[in-house]
Ligand binder design. Structure first.
Ligand SMILES: *Cc1c(COP(=O)(O)O)cnc(C)c1O
Length: 378
């Protein structure tokens, strides 16, 4: 029958009436930029993230960009981050004239390995960007310790991790200096286009980002800073204000789906044969609480490329996040990294595969996915 990687149609259908009502109101008002819907969303998202201020922006990429701009990061500065993420994480650093410095990932969580950060800190280092990849918080305790020791800012790339919690219960975007969210349609909280938000508990940084969002002007046409157009649309904010009411329920369904995949794979025999390794929803510290919001459900597998081809032929939607780590990207050749520099990232790029995990995925669809994976190996 086939199973899509993501089914936005079934996701949005039950909300259509509710969304159309606010779209009509906005159409009547003819105010399309920022406005009360954006302000309301900023307050609600900041609170949801256990933080103080939200600044609604054009995308997750721009949330990262504006965060770095607010921190004054530019030419001559170095920013430490992971080589294994969506391009934007490193792209924004370079766009501001700064240099990304990569640190390999932990092979179990796929997040930056905090133990390896200290050794690349230099006098030029200004910030660390940990990514909460796939919806699982990076190991923020030791990351914040290194940052404190060297007086570095920490920008959490929480584009895939809204509502995700660290082992101590703190939420993504509440632990670093600034947290960045994306509302791209495939994220756990997505709008009907592009959108994002920068979240912080620092009132001065929040104000700076608000000014940067409108070309650095305050009041209008008087420019304190050189910013850009990073404004979030009223329509997107209104849609997000509706969808936010359902986010916890969707997250719970994703988590239930993850548990069900776990059960199905355990009974498939593939785990014992070591063809498949499940995402690890626990830190390796025994007894430590864990919370994953499963923006993606990512397996580490044998003969990955052949499996991908096999599943696609069976019309099972799968994706590779991400096939090429940053240090091997053509555009970053000038940084001078080589193959072998970040072995865990390189291995993850070769061995991982994302399966459908969206909230509306049915038990039958999950069984079909696992049966297809099993058929490939058995
Ligand atoms: C999606 C994503 C971004 C960028 O968000 P956009 O809204 O698409 O600009 C940044 N970082 C990570 C890890 C992402 O997954």
């Amino acid at each position: 029958m086939g199973v899509p990687l993501l089914d936005l149609k079934v996701h949005h259908e039950p909300l259509q009436q509710e969304i159309m009502v606010v779209l009509e109101q906005i159409f009547k008002s003819q105010t399309f930029i920022l406005g009360p819907e954006v302000g309301r969303l900023e307050e609600r998202i900041a609170a949801y993230c256990q933080s103080q201020y939200g600044v609604g922006v054009t995308s997750g990429t721009d949330a990262l960009l504006i965060a770095l701009m607010a921190l004054g990061i530019g030419p001559g500065d170095e920013v430490i981050t992971t080589p294994y993420s969506f391009f934007a994480t490193a792209g924004v650093v370079v766009r501001l004239g700064a240099k990304p410095v990569f640190v390999d990932i932990d092979p179990v969580t796929y997040n930056i390995d905090p133990a390896k950060i200290d050794r690349v800190v230099t006098a030029k280092t200004k910030a660390i960007i940990p990514v909460h990849l796939y919806g699982q918080c990076a190991d923020m305790g030791p990351i914040m310790e290194v940052a404190k020791q060297h007086k570095l800012s920490v920008i959490e790339d929480a584009a895939q991790a809204i509502g995700s919690e660290y082992s101590d219960g703190r939420r993504a975007c509440s632990m670093g200096t600034i947290g960045c969210l994306s509302f791209f349609p495939s994220k756990n909280l997505g709008c009907l286009g592009d959108g994002g938000m920068a979240v912080t508990s620092d009132p001065e940084l929040a104000e700076r980002m608000r000014i940067l969002r409108v070309h650095g002007s305050k009041p209008k046409y008087y420019h304190k800073l050189i910013g850009g157009n990073f404004r979030l649309d009223t329509i997107q904010a209104a849609v997000l204000n509706i969808k936010l009411n359902y986010l916890d329920e969707w997250t719970r369904k994703r988590q239930e789906n993850a548990i069900r995949y776990g059960e199905l794979f355990r009974s498939s025999g593939l785990l014992d044969r070591k063809n498949v390794r499940l995402p690890v929803p626990v830190y390796r510290v025994p007894g430590v609480r864990h919370y994953h919001i499963y923006n993606q459900f990512v397996l580490c597998v044998d003969r990955r490329d052949a499996l991908v081809a096999f599943l696609r032929q069976k019309e099972i939607g799968v994706e590779i996040y991400y096939p090429v780590p940053f240090h091997l990207q053509e555009c970053f050749e000038y940084l001078g990294y080589r193959e072998g520099d970040f072995q865990e990232s390189e291995r993850a790029a070769k061995e991982t595969i994302a399966l459908p995990i969206y909230p509306e995925l049915t038990m039958e669809q999950q069984a079909e996915v696992v049966e297809a994976v099993t058929a490939f190996y058995m």
